[in-house]
Write a protein that binds this ligand. Structure first.
Ligand code: DLL
Length: 442
């Protein structure tokens, strides 16, 4: 089933025509309504009439997160204040949050792309959605909520946190679909085991996970731990919120469809800004084609992935690979670029550990060091408890050595591996989880 089959299977030439029409209208409107864009176009010597179609997109300047901060809170809005129906904000690590506004039509689009995503993930009208994304300024909770209602689901607005209550609701209300961050899905799966809740007591079939990077390692853990098919949902407040792209539950592991009738993607070189060919990894950039209140031209998400067309897919819309990480979260350790997902994906080969891990970055004298802290799997801990201390130490040493070698061979980086007891590393309490602990000064 598809939510909007005509749009989701539209031929590529028709998609391009639609995108072209929408882009040229958008540029004219932004030029008139948003001084920031008028100045940016004037400075670049570009007239709205120069943008006749999507093939002219590369002539337009990029928009950066700093532009949103510089125009805090509302100066990038393209409609009068009376037409704004909702405001969200995402808190950065420092300073003021990034603010986004929606008109009534924008909220309709938000509902539409989330409804599309839900169906793509396996949800159907009449099912119940356990919505454990945070409600509030974060777009996750309310974003999923609106789309699910539009689809005809019953939403349970649990929000993040209070794990006991979440588990009670999962058992008592019997939702078929859950949405939350992948790290919180890990927490829920683990807490089911520690509370002796049997999977038969749940009716869950699908999990829709996003808001932070995750890999097949976590997919395996969550799919087994909650007995669900887990898919990836991607999005960012600046573009709309969740529902910019969604993985098809029948094509799991093969990338996510970007709803490109609304959000036009490019992947560009991190340093030069040059658009890269399909399949090549770089910084993901979006142009919102239909938003009214705060449209953005060529917005640099900072997220690293590739985009490509998948001929074998039911839907025609372009796909994106899973996000490897954010360009600004990339570690550079002794000249080697490192994203935590690169380590996470390798952990899948070691049944002795669970993907609860942290990368600790420190500086000794002048050299940067990374230590991987990763937890032992409960079953392996049990196995170890039955053998002598000497053989235990031997096994642990062998294991950390093997993990170290795997990382060195695949990433090209020597890394200390510290095996931790199960449940020693902080868990997600409902929201996004940071897997990197940077202890370097400055
Ligand atoms: O995280 C929107 C969202 C809510 C997406 C619920 C999916 C589910 P922000 O708080 O503005 O919005 O954060 C956006 O989170 O630029 C990525 O770096 C990261 N991100 C979001 N989804 C994924 C994903 C929401 N599926 C930022 N995989 C983005 C990897 C993701 N990273």
């Amino acid at each position: 089933m598809m939510y909007q089959p005509e749009i989701e299977t539209m031929s590529l030439p028709r998609i391009r025509k639609l995108q072209s029409d929408r882009l040229s209208q958008l540029v004219s409107r932004l030029y008139k309504k948003v001084p920031f864009y008028k100045n940016a176009l004037d400075e670049g010597g570009i007239k709205p009439a120069d943008i006749r179609g999507i093939e002219d997109l590369h002539k337009l300047p990029f928009t950066y997160k700093s532009d949103l901060r510089d125009h805090y809170p509302f100066d990038l809005f393209a409609v009068p204040q009376q037409e704004i129906r909702r405001i969200h904000a995402s808190s950065g690590t420092t300073g003021k949050p990034t603010v986004v506004g929606y008109s009534a039509a924008d909220l309709d689009i938000f509902d539409e792309v989330v409804a599309r995503s839900l169906v793509c993930a396996g949800a159907r009208p009449g099912m119940k959605l356990h919505n454990a994304y945070g409600y509030g300024l974060f777009t996750g909770g309310l974003g999923m909520h609106g789309g699910a209602q539009k689809l005809g689901m019953a939403v349970i607005p649990v929000s993040g946190g209070m794990t006991d209550r979440q588990l009670m609701i999962l058992q008592d209300f019997q939702p078929e679909v859950i949405c939350c961050t992948p790290s919180y899905a890990q927490t829920l799966a683990e807490e089911m085991v520690s509370r002796n809740i049997s999977l038969n007591q749940l009716k869950l079939k699908y999990a829709i996970l996003g808001a932070e990077p995750w890999t097949e390692t976590i997919r395996s853990q969550v799919e087994k731990g909650l007995q669900v098919k887990a898919t990836n949902i991607y999005g960012l407040s600046e573009i709309i919120g969740p529902g910019v792209s969604q993985e098809d539950q029948e094509e799991r592991g093969n990338g996510s469809h970007i709803w490109e009738d609304h959000f036009f993607p490019e992947v560009v070189d991190k340093d030069t800004g040059e658009p890269l060919p399909y399949g090549q990894e770089g910084v993901l950039v979006f142009t919102t084609l239909t938003k009214e209140a705060m449209p953005l031209l060529r917005y640099r998400t900072n997220d690293i992935c590739s985009i490509y067309y998948d001929k074998h897919s039911k839907r025609t819309h372009i796909k994106m690979s899973p996000i490897k990480g954010r360009a600004d979260d990339m570690l550079i350790i002794r000249g080697v670029n490192l994203f935590h997902t690169q380590v996470e994906v390798l952990l899948q080969d070691f049944s002795e550990v669970v993907p609860n891990y942290q990368l600790l970055v420190s500086r000794t004298k002048t050299l940067d060091e990374v230590t991987l802290k990763v937890e032992l799997a409960p079953a392996f801990e049990k196995e170890l408890s039955r053998i002598s201390q000497d053989s235990k130490n031997e096994k642990l040493q062998l294991l950390s050595g093997n993990i170290q070698t795997k990382i060195r061979n695949n990433i090209g980086l020597g890394m200390a591996v510290q095996l931790m007891k199960y449940q020693e590393i902080p868990r997600s309490q409902g929201g996004k989880l940071s897997r990197i602990l940077d202890m370097r000064e400055g």
